[in-house]
Design a protein around this ligand. Structure first.
Ligand code: NAP
Length: 502
């Protein structure tokens, strides 16, 4: 692995913080390890930051803000384009790094790098838009308009399941808008974060504009949320963490954007193309070992096609090749670490105790090389709606299949959860597809496609407990990281009084 490590990690022997344009060890002198979930191998040691490190990072970000804000947005875009081009040059090695540190199969590892490239290229163009409104005035010789301004120093806190793409979304949008950043990556995937920060540095980002502090949720994460100079927090992660961050930040009246958990349904109606639907279920449920926020975790099947769907689904699931995610012939890798594995196995146990019928998988794989990593069989339950496994986020390769009698029941079951990120319906009835688009309570709906597969030029986010209304990616991304300033220009040369002179 040594030769594949980011340059900085090789030179310094550990993942360090990046503060004011320099790699630095932690004030705490403590460290933690990042491991390969497929082999248990330690990939690198990593600086465990503390409040002082966050303070230094926030000070550097605050100091560099005025200059970065004044730096023309199209030129900021050129730096992001350079970063995208460096990502493209290193797509293969970065894809491998994602796979080694997070455990997704290599095609998905490289796909994730592509997603980061796509987004940075897309958002770089925002440097030449950042569009406001220009409108009339109720008074003569007066113009009214809005301009977008950066928020200031922003905190970006990211999860492990997309260790390059989610940070690229947040950092790209924050930077193009003229903000400076304090970034905390997941403690499970710091290497990918170091590699990304190195790329921004190499692309020409001035010192202090992007700062990264690695370390735990309760020290580094909490300090980012509490630090006065950080005016906004952009968070992607679980619902419990989101709730805590939201309430702490509320005390400081900070802006907070939350992208949280999910329980995504895929509906198969009686008129669906069954083969296509089964392909979609397999990709949605077991892609990234079920650890995508948009993963299919519930399939609602019309009773008339239930037997046919289950027959194909079981046959295909049993044929899934689980193993070393670097091997291109492998379909599914490990889950991302011991805690994740324990959580998934706990939910399988809950499903069994609740009386759901386990029809495929359900066990940890332990034989031979599997024993070194965190592998769980692709698992399918037949379940009645209402069990915990049908309502709570599991975030692993565990699928619940629920039989439904008609469209109305399918929609009612689909919507009867606390989350609302992604949904899907397989049907050949165009009227019903349009109804589903209106009826399903999610931020994203797919028709005849799995619940996963978002594209970066469209807004991404969810409703209900999946978030607080923020959207990332697409044209919406810039709203999260800007304030709107309203401007009135009076060129009449005299005092004019709105509302009064009418
Ligand atoms: P997590 O445990 O909530 O952690 C996410 C990040 O937040 C990590 O960097 C974590 O630090 C930090 N953190 C956790 N608690 C914190 C707190 N109280 N204050 C400040 N920082 C805190 O989530 P995860 O296990 O990494 O990721 C899986 C979750 O992310 C799933 O629920 C998934 O649905 C969600 N997700 C949602 C989307 C979306 O767009 N809706 C996209 C991807 C993932 P440490 O790593 O140091 O603990």
């Amino acid at each position: 692995m040594e030769e594949d490590l980011p340059k900085g990690v090789k030179e310094m022997g550990e993942c360090q913080h990046f503060i004011d344009g320099k790699w630095r060890s932690s004030s705490s002198r403590e460290s933690f390890e990042t491991i390969n979930p497929a082999t248990g191998e330690v990939l690198a040691s990593c600086a465990a930051g503390n409040e002082q490190d966050v303070l230094k990072a926030a000070s550097a970000a605050a100091k560099s803000f005025a200059d970065w804000k004044r730096f023309p947005a199209p030129k900021r875009g050129e730096i992001l384009l350079k970063a995208a081009s460096l990502l493209r040059q290193r797509k293969k090695s970065l894809g491998e790094m994602v796979t080694k540190e997070m455990g997704k199969v290599i095609a998905e590892g490289e796909g994730e790098v592509q997603e980061a490239i796509d987004f940075l290229e897309y958002i770089a163009g925002e440097g030449r838009r950042m569009i406001g409104e220009t409108t009339t005035s109720e008074l003569p010789s007066k113009k009214c308009m809005t301009v977008r301004q950066p928020v200031g120093v922003v905190g970006c806190i990211t999860p492990w399941n997309f260790p390059l793409a989610v940070p690229s979304w947040k950092l790209g949008a924050a930077l193009i808008a003229g903000n400076t950043v304090v970034f905390k990556p997941s403690s499970l995937t710091p290497l990918c974060a170091v590699a990304l920060v190195e790329i921004f540095q190499e692309a020409g980002l001035p010192p202090g504009v992007l700062n990264m502090v690695t370390g735990s949720a309760q020290t580094v994460g909490r300090a980012i949320v509490e630090e006065e100079r950080i005016r906004a927090v952009s968070f992607t992660g679980g619902v419990e963490a989101g709730r805590e961050i939201y309430s702490r930040a509320a005390q400081k009246l900070k802006r907070v954007a939350l992208e949280l958990g999910s329980k995504n349904p895929l509906i198969v109606m009686e008129d669906a193309d069954i083969g296509l639907a089964v392909e979609g279920i397999l990709f949605g449920a077991f892609g990234t070992s079920g650890q995508r926020c948009t993963a299919t975790s519930r399939v609602l099947v019309h009773e008339k096609v239930y037997a046919e769907v289950m027959d194909q689904l079981l046959r295909r699931t049993r044929a899934i090749n689980v193993g070393d995610p670097l091997n291109p012939s492998v379909d599914m890798g490990p889950v991302c670490g011991r805690e994740q594995e324990m959580k998934v196995l706990r939910y399988i146990d809950i499903g069994l105790k609740e009386g759901a019928r386990l029809i495929c998988g359900g066990k940890k794989l332990t034989e031979g090389d599997y024993g070194r990593g965190f592998f769980v069989e692709p698992t399918i339950f037949e379940a009645n709606h209402g069990l915990r496994i049908t309502k709570e986020e599991i975030f692993g390769p565990v699928l619940s299949v629920i039989r439904v009698g008609n469209y109305e029941e399918a929609v009612a079951v689909a919507n009867d959860v606390d989350f609302g990120l992604s949904s899907s319906i397989y049907t050949r009835d165009i009227n019903r597809a349009w109804r589903a688009i209106e009826d399903l309570e999610t931020g994203i709906t797919y028709v005849n496609a799995p619940t996963i597969g978002a594209e970066v030029h469209l807004p991404f986010g969810g409703v209900k407990n999946t978030g607080n209304g923020a959207r990332e990616a697409g044209s919406a991304a810039i709203a999260e990281f800007t304030e709107i300033k309203t401007v009135f220009i009076d060129y009449s040369g005299k005092l004019q009084k709105a509302q009064i002179e009418r």
